[in-house]
Write a protein that binds this ligand. Structure first.
Ligand code: SF4
Ligand code: SF4
Length: 322
């Protein structure tokens, strides 16, 4: 069993004017595991910090619960106190009885005191299970993958790439643009979404630090923060984007009509089609699900028509690691 110290901070009047710190101190002094408990005006002050260190040494404490303000403010302060007292800094738990209690329950001091007690008990129970940790470091792969080429993904990719970091964008549809490119005017300026989106889409496609894969999905991710490896699967490129000259002749001969998802089914498209006029990448694609050329009885009309020989029904899906 750990020897746990509990330090309840008044934070001036921020906590103590709402939470009855004296009552709490008495209530928790016999709580299982608590070897030492006290309250003080400002534990973040130098005298307050020295009080903690003194108690650690005198009571041979193994870990402490600071019942005080948000860890955003003073977790690092009290972790330093831990280290200066010879303890592992991960044997510290913060019970936030200011932002999460006194500040939001100033109208009910009895309930606020009860809640503060429960917050502290929770921190004590967590501390009992804490293990001492040693910070370590690992090489960081300065390369970012963004999954999804909607407006959020596009802007994020541009911001990161502008900072000089390489970005890989994975988009499952044939073009980036997401839902926003389907919209008309957008709030609050009533700009058309294409007017907002297309400059960003073009910028992304030409950015030297961005690699874009459409018709692609992440199959698997392994690794850890800073060192992930992702397995990417891309649908067969039945129309070779490097050869297709965008003449559109193939569309005229395709006998298949399909509701156009870009227009939410209010319009029609062919089985070979350009997703929409401003699509990025700007290339024709074949809808495998509806194309007759890929069925047992081949149609083949688009391939016959394509003088550039950009169509290959035998193209395979590709899988690789990033
Ligand atoms: S006919 Fe060939 S080159 Fe022309 S748009 Fe179709 S696939 Fe591309
Ligand atoms: S092969 Fe498919 S995409 Fe080409 S014309 Fe026939 S149905 Fe249309």
């Amino acid at each position: 069993m750990k020897n746990i110290g509990v330090f309840i901070c008044h934070c001036g009047v921020n906590i103590a004017s709402v939470v009855d710190v004296e009552k709490l101190t008495r209530q928790l002094e016999n709580y299982p595991g608590v070897k030492h408990i006290e309250n003080y005006m400002f534990f973040c002050s130098d005298p307050g910090q020295n009080t903690i260190k003194k108690a650690v040494h005198e009571k041979k404490l193994d870990g402490i619960v600071m019942a005080a303000c948000s860890p955003v403010l003073h977790e690092s302060t009290f972790q330093t106190v831990m280290e200066e007292a010879g303890l592992n800094k991960y044997q510290l738990e913060i019970a936030n009885i200011r932002e999460q209690c006194s500040w939001v329950h100033s109208d009910n001091k009895v309930m606020a005191t009860r809640k503060a007690g429960l917050i502290i008990q929770t921190a004590i129970e967590k501390l009992k299970l804490n293990e001492s940790l040693t910070p370590t470091s690992a090489p960081l792969n300065k390369r970012v993958m963004i999954i999804g080429g909607g407006i959020a993904g596009i802007q994020t990719a541009l911001d990161i790439a502008d900072g000089g970091v390489d970005v890989v964008m994975i988009e499952k549809k044939p073009s980036i643009g997401g839902h926003m490119i389907q919209l008309s005017e957008t709030f609050p300026t009533l700009d058309c979404s294409q007017c907002i989106m297309t400059p960003k889409m073009v910028q992304l496609s030409k950015h030297p630090h961005i690699t874009l894969y459409v018709n692609s999905e992440v199959e698997a991710v392994e690794g850890f923060i800073g060192n992930f490896k992702a397995t990417i699967k891309r649908k067969p490129q039945l129309v070779n984007p490097d050869i297709c000259n965008m003449c559109g002749d193939c569309v005229d001969v395709c006998p298949v009509l399909v509701p156009d998802e870009q227009d939410e089914g209010l319009n029609w498209r062919r089985a070979i089609y350009m997703p929409f006029p401003q699509a990025i990448p700007a290339t024709f694609i074949i809808d495998e699900e509806h194309c007759l050329g890929l069925a047992p009885i081949a149609c083949g009309k688009c391939r016959e028509k394509c003088e550039a020989e950009a169509i290959n029904y035998d193209a395979c899906e590709e899988i690789w690691d990033e």
